[in-house]
Structure formats: C-alpha cells, structure tokens
Design a protein around this ligand. Structure first.
Ligand SMILES: [Fe+2]
Ligand SMILES: [Fe+2]
Length: 286
C-alpha cells in the first residue's frame, strides 16, 4: 500500500466524529456516585430518539423484566446505571456499526449483528468468569470491530492483494490486512476508542481481540472478547472476511480455563441470548 493511502487512513481516524455529547455526559454521570436516576433521566430525555431506543432495549426479551419499563428512571431502577449507560452506547454505536462495511464481506447490517453477538457473548461469558467485568465486556464486544468501519473501503480497493497474500503465505486475513494496508482493524479500532477517551483496558481489549496473548497489563478482557468473537463466528453471526482462517487463541482458552464442553456451552448460551436480542438488531434500522 502506498504511503499516500496510509496517510489517508490516518486522516480518516483523525476525522472520526467525537462521541455525541449526551453519551459523554451519561458516561461521566455513571462514574459519579452522587448521580441519581433522575439526573440520568434529565440528560437522556432531551434526546427523544435515544430515549425511544433505550426503552425498546430495556423492554426486550434479553432482560426479561417482569413489567414494562416506561421511563428512564424506571430503567435505572430495574437494570442499574451501568446497563443503562451500555444501552446508551449501544444506541449511539448502531449508527456507526450499521454503515456500509461491504469491504469486509458483510451484507447490510452484518457488522451490527456481529457486534451485538460479541457484546452479548462477552457479557454472558463474564457472568461465569468474572462478573465484575460484565459491563465493560459488553461495551468492548460491541465496539471490538469498529476499525472496520474506517478500513472497509481500503480493504475493498486492496482486496486482490490481500487475498493473494493470504493464499501465498497461508496466513489469516488479519495478517494479510496488516501487511498490505500497513494497519489492521484491531489496531485502528483501538485508536478510535482512544480518541473517544475510553478506559485503557477497553482500548487494549479492542487492539488485541485477535491475539489476546499480546495484550499488555490485564489481558482478561481481550481474552473474553476473543472467545466471544470466536463464538459469534462459529454460530454464524456476521461472518466477514476476517472470519477466514481465524485462529482460536490457545492462550485465551487456557486463561479462561475453557474445556471443549465450556466452549459448546458458550455457543448454546449465545444462540439462546441472541433469540432474545432481536430489539438490538432492530434499532440500527431507525
Ligand atoms: Fe476482528
Ligand atoms: Fe469480530
């Protein structure tokens, strides 16, 4: 890839729009222990489309609440601050992740479906492995492939070279992506998450989701995202080109202590959870 194209890619990351102000406010509020449900309500209700999406997600079968939630205050009461924050992010991210990413071999909405599946899979896996990480794991899963939104058209332009490199060297897609473009979508996604001031742990989990053994610091989050990614691909949720020859990290399997039976249970849990998560897929069409 020419130097000119690499500079164009960097320029695109620089031009990525900031997180909407309402999301930044919601993140700040949920970090503050003095925040009340009413405070969140006041900020979120200023955005009617966001509020509508949020209530739709709260009332989805995924959460299985015993009654219909009709206000943000109630949503906080039933699901907690962190889940409501995750749903605000989900609603916002659906705008990005439902864009055209056909360069990666996705049909319309394919990357959004994949992202939701990895978020749900990561959250479910955490229930068993590390319940404290559940909230951040959902977010990490949701945005793990966000680099694809920027790289898609560059991949499309260089597709013959990428495929040629894969075939000649018998390497996974991402290796060829890095060699031909000078970047891979994981590294680029981490840069985007960094631009949005997400915590370092989350940034790393995106950067290393294909190879968690290379993650610095606490790699457990990368391990979780990786396993959820594998599970989503295995179950056919958003199989793009990077699913080609996607190697399962032995390190991740060992770190999470996953037997073959545990992996199969993860696949089954994911399939069951996705049946209840149709509302998540629907909001991107709004
Ligand atoms: Fe990926
Ligand atoms: Fe993925």
């Amino acid at each position: 890839m020419s130097k000119e194209s690499m500079e164009k890619i960097i320029e695109e990351v620089r031009n990525i729009p900031p997180l909407p102000a309402v999301v930044v406010k919601v993140i700040a509020l949920t970090r503050d222990s003095n925040t009340s449900a009413n405070d969140l309500n006041r900020v979120i209700s200023l955005d009617p489309a966001l509020t509508a999406n949020l209530l739709k997600l709260c009332n989805s079968a995924y959460y299985g609440l015993p009654r219909v939630v009709s206000s943000i205050t109630q949503a906080v009461m039933y699901l907690g601050f962190h889940t409501v924050r995750n749903l605000v992010l989900t609603s916002t991210m659906s705008d990005f992740l439902a864009r055209d990413v056909s360069g990666y071999g996705y049909a319309k909405g394919g990357l959004w479906q994949h992202s939701v599946a990895v978020a749900v899979g990561a959250e479910q896996l955490c229930k068993r492995l590390r319940p404290g990480l559940q909230d951040v794991a959902f977010t990490a899963g949701l945005i793990h492939d966000i680099g694809k939104v920027v790289l898609s058209r560059f991949v499309a332009d260089a597709w013959d070279d990428i495929r040629g490199y894969m075939e000649k060297n018998n390497v996974p897609f991402m290796e060829a992506e890095r060699q031909i473009l000078g970047f891979d979508h994981a590294l680029l996604g981490a840069k985007i998450a960094d631009t949005w001031n997400f915590p370092q742990e989350l940034v790393n989990s995106i950067g290393y989701h294909h190879k968690p053994e290379d993650a610095k610091g606490r790699p457990l989050l990368s391990v979780i995202v990786h396993l959820a990614d594998v599970a989503a691909l295995q179950m056919g949720y958003g199989l793009g080109y990077d699913g080609l020859m996607y190697p399962l990290s032995e390190y991740a399997v060992r770190t999470a202590n996953m037997s073959q039976k545990d992996m199969e249970e993860l696949y089954a849990t994911l399939e069951e959870s996705m049946k209840n998560a149709t509302s998540f897929l629907e909001i991107s069409a709004n």
